[in-house]
Design a binder for this molecule. Structure first.
Ligand SMILES: CC(C)(COP(=O)(O)OP(=O)(O)OC[C@H]1O[C@@H](n2cnc3c(N)ncnc32)[C@H](O)[C@@H]1OP(=O)(O)O)[C@@H](O)C(=O)NCCC(=O)NCCS
Length: 209
């Protein structure tokens, strides 16, 4: 039986970190000296109050992070990075993580838009990563997480839910379209694409009411 709720216990933190890294490690990997450091930093930076968790028979099976009040599900702030990595490695991590939040975007009709930060906008709940454990995929958990987060956004008074999907993930994009999301903007990492393993991504939005 699948149950959804916001938050996880400290004993579940490692499992949530493992899921998040399995889904998003490839694009975050460049920020850290090695994989183990990346997993440890991301796991330590997870915020329970920004994570909607799906449990199957009491075990964490998936999560959907979201931004609220200036914080997302993985809070890799400068202070945290410096405390965990030291100044030089933290500077590299901050430098390489920044383009993932600030990059060039185009509206669907091709107009360019440069917004400094796409995580916080009035009336929009911005997701911070959705992932389901490989053994639980294809059983409706991702759809249930998206339904629940849309309801949460409506309760917050947000008119839209927004997410980003990379061009190398057409199956996830297909799921979002079936869930009622439509493309709001296209983005590109440009020359930085070789560092992150993807180039183009799209921002998709769904109305909450
Ligand atoms: C995308 C994801 C969260 C969907 O969760 P789910 O519980 O499998 O979703 P549902 O069972 O509700 O819907 C199934 C649909 O999810 C998508 N999906 C299934 N497996 C997927 C995978 N490995 N990667 C991406 N999308 C997948 C497909 O559209 C699938 O429909 P299909 O079987 O007709 O192709 C989950 O597959 C996942 O964690 N994938 C890897 C991480 C990822 O791609 N996250 C999204 C980043 S934007």
């Amino acid at each position: 039986m699948t149950e959804l709720s916001i938050g996880f216990t400290e004993s579940e933190r490692a499992r949530v970190g493992e899921l998040y890294w399995a889904a998003f490690g490839p694009k975050l990997r460049i920020a850290f000296r090695d994989e183990a450091t990346g997993v440890a930093q991301v796991t330590a930076a997870l915020r329970p109050d920004r994570a909607l968790i799906a449990r199957v028979d009491g075990q964490v099976a998936g999560m959907c992070g979201f931004h609220h009040d200036g914080h997302g599900a993985v809070d890799l702030s400068w202070a945290r990075l410096r405390a965990g990595l030291g100044t030089a490695a933290a500077a590299w991590a901050a430098l390489t993580l920044a383009p993932l939040d600030r990059s060039e975007r185009k509206t669907p009709d091709g107009r360019e838009r440069k917004t400094p930060d796409r995580r916080e906008m009035n009336g929009v709940l911005v997701l911070d990563g959705i992932c389901v454990a490989a053994e639980h995929r294809g059983h409706g958990i991702g759809s249930a997480l998206l339904d629940a987060i849309t309801e949460l956004a409506a309760q917050h008074g947000d008119q839209w839910v927004q997410l980003s999907v990379v061009d190398t993930n057409p199956r996830a994009e297909a799921l979002y379209r079936r869930q009622g999301f439509a493309t709001a903007e296209h983005g590109s990492l440009g020359p930085l694409r070789h560092l992150y393993g993807f180039d183009r991504y799209r921002t998709m939005r769904k109305r909450t009411w």
